[in-house]
Design a binder for this molecule. Structure first.
Ligand code: ATP
Ligand code: LTN
Length: 332
């Protein structure tokens, strides 16, 4: 609780110039829904992003752009704490302490570590390995009750709970034990080119992923080229991974149920279906893109948002940090 209200914390890595439709539907769209009921902290997790090599100029630009994307999607800078992770030193500080309460074996089981080590076999750094501990620090610093994320983050939430419970069992009630908030339909949006793998910001094949900032023409084209199957029947089914994914996207952006969507496309081919999905995505993203352009023309405003965010987040984080340091036995 921050002001007697339950707390939410979540974050996205500034690892690309635009977030994906997966990030939007899996995470951000829920942040917007939850911001009226909870005290929310939304972070741009740049410390996490450097577990993969980033060009400095691009990282700086991506952070500012991601902030504008948060705001353009409807995150309210007055109601919420929006901040850049590296602006609050307590994240790195608590991550170090929690590293000493986390087992190598626990971290070695993380599927994201295994996936990313395969993708970046020339840079399997220690940060990539301890990435979940930093995420645990992000969450526990703010005593978050709820963490809205896509289903790929389930395992990281479990290890966060384990670390918090272990720490509490030694030192008493220091950390709130957080729960995940994972959407039903859009928990895992898949690549349009390989519907067996997750749509991801850092996918080298741009056709697999729809960026929030893609133009209407590009969105329509990418969906038209999306991998489906030879069955030509719009329905939800086993092994119809591509069609299932498009149905999930369609339902998430239009708020329709899967049954209604299947009924709507009865007797229609994949061409009509893909056109409708493309148009629905364009309609959902266009107003966001317009707001994004306006915000990017107002750098002073963006700067004022992240500066105020750093101050507010820092104050909350320092309270937890003080408690932790005393419990561990540091002189404070
Ligand atoms: P990267 O490609 O750099 O690893 P990413 O696109 O996987 O990044 P993150 O910044 O790691 O995205 O994740 C931000 C949020 O978006 C997390 O809550 C994550 O669960 C969610 N998310 C990411 N990809 C998807 C997806 N394909 N479907 C649903 N949610 C997703
Ligand atoms: N690990 C997440 C990004 C992330 C996060 C967080 C999400 C870092 N810190 C705190 C929720 C809460 C990812 O890789 N998608």
């Amino acid at each position: 609780m921050i002001n007697g209200r339950k707390v939410i914390l979540s974050g996205i890595q500034p690892s690309s110039s635009s977030i994906t439709l997966g990030n939007y539907l899996g995470a951000l769209i829920n942040w917007v829904k939850l911001q009226n009921e909870y005290d929310c902290c939304f972070s741009i997790v740049d410390l996490h992003a450097i577990t993969v090599r980033q060009a400095p100029q691009e990282l700086r630009a991506n952070c500012l752009s991601l902030l504008a994307q948060y705001l353009a999607c409807g995150i309210d800078a007055q109601k919420n704490i929006i901040f850049i992770q590296s602006h609050v030193p307590a994240h790195a500080e608590l991550a170090w302490i929690l590293n000493c309460y986390t087992q190598m074996g626990e971290l070695a089981r993380m599927t994201q570590f295994k996936d990313k080590s395969k993708k970046h076999h020339d840079n399997i750094n220690a940060g990539l390995f301890t990435y979940p501990v930093l995420m645990a620090a992000d969450i526990l610093l703010y005593q978050a009750d709820l963490v809205p994320v896509g289903s790929d983050q389930k395992q990281h939430l479990e290890i966060t709970r384990d670390i918090a419970e272990r720490f509490n069992s030694i030192y008493g009630d220091v950390f709130t034990i957080p729960d995940g908030y994972i959407p039903k339909n859009a928990a895992r949006i898949m690549s349009l080119q390989d519907p067996l793998s997750k749509m991801s910001k850092s996918d080298p094949n741009p056709n697999g992923c729809i960026a929030l900032l893609d133009s209407p023409e590009v969105i329509i084209k990418k969906i038209k080229r999306a991998v489906t199957d030879s069955d030509a029947h719009v329905c939800y089914g086993e092994e119809k991974y591509g069609v299932n994914n498009l149905l999930n996207i369609y339902c998430a952006v239009t708020s329709k149920s899967i049954e209604d969507a299947v009924f709507e496309f009865e007797g229609k081919g994949y061409g009509d279906f893909k056109r409708a999905v493309g148009e629905a995505v364009v309609e959902a993203l266009s107003p966001i893109q317009q707001r994004y352009c306006d915000l990017m023309n107002n750098r002073d405003y963006l700067e004022s948002v992240y500066k105020a965010g750093a101050q507010k987040a820092g104050a909350v984080a320092d309270r937890t940090m003080n408690k932790v340091k005393k419990k561990v036995g540091f002189i404070v």
